[in-house]
Design a protein around this ligand. Structure first.
Ligand SMILES: [Zn+2]
Length: 172
C-alpha cells in the first residue's frame, strides 16, 4: 500500500498511537457476562493516576464493569491489556459494537470510536491520502485495508450506522 518507509515523524506517530488507544479506553461497550445486555468497562476510578505508566504502554490497570440492565458490578485487575481485537482490555468480553462487514469484522470500543471510523472512511475516499486534521495518524495507518477500500465504502458506512443505532442517543 503506502510503501513510504522514509516518512518523517515516526516518533510523533508513535506517541499519538498510544494516546489514541488510551482515549477510547475510557469507556468500552461490551456484552454483559451475566445478561448479555450492553455493559460498560472503564478504568477503575481508584486506579492510581500514573500517567507515566499509561504513556509507557504498561497498561497494568484495574478495570470496572457495570451493567445498567442487570446491575452487575465487577472489578478486575489485569497484568496486560488486550488491545487491538474485538474484546475489552480488562475483562476480555466481546465488544458490543461489532458486526460482520465485507467478510471481515468491524468493531469499535464506543460510539466516539465509530464516529471517527465513519469520518475517516467517508473523508478518506474523497481525496486519497488526505488525513483528517484531528485523526491520529497511527489510527489511519492501522486501519485494515478492507476498511479503506473504496469498493467497501457503502457497506462499511451502513454497518457503522447500524451499530450506532444499537446505542440509544442518551447513552452516547
Ligand atoms: Zn447485565
Amino acid at each position: 500500500m503506502s510503501g513510504n518507509a522514509s516518512a518523517p515523524g515516526d516518533r510523533f506517530q508513535d506517541q499519538r498511537e498510544r494516546k489514541y488507544g488510551y482515549d477510547f479506553l475510557d469507556e468500552v461497550l461490551v456484552r454483559c457476562p451475566r445478561c448479555d445486555g450492553r455493559a460498560v468497562v472503564m478504568p477503575h476510578p481508584g486506579a492510581p493516576d500514573d500517567g507515566d505508566a499509561a504513556v509507557s504502554g504498561a497498561m497494568n490497570f484495574r478495570w470496572r464493569l457495570r451493567c445498567r440492565e442487570c446491575g452487575l458490578f465487577k472489578d478486575e485487575t489485569v497484568a496486560s491489556a488486550a488491545l487491538g481485537g474485538p474484546v475489552d482490555p480488562g475483562f476480555r468480553r466481546p465488544l458490543w459494537l461489532q458486526e460482520s462487514c465485507c467478510g471481515q469484522l468491524l468493531w469499535a470500543y464506543n460510539v466516539r470510536h465509530l464516529d471517527l471510523l465513519e469520518a475517516y472512511v467517508a473523508a478518506k475516499l474523497r481525496e486519497r491520502g488526505e488525513l483528517l486534521p484531528w485523526a491520529p495518524t497511527s489510527l489511519v495507518e492501522r486501519l485494515p485495508t478492507w476498511l479503506k477500500a473504496a469498493k467497501n465504502r457503502t457497506e462499511v458506512l451502513r454497518t457503522i450506522r447500524r451499530l450506532r443505532s444499537t446505542v440509544p442517543a442518551e447513552d452516547r
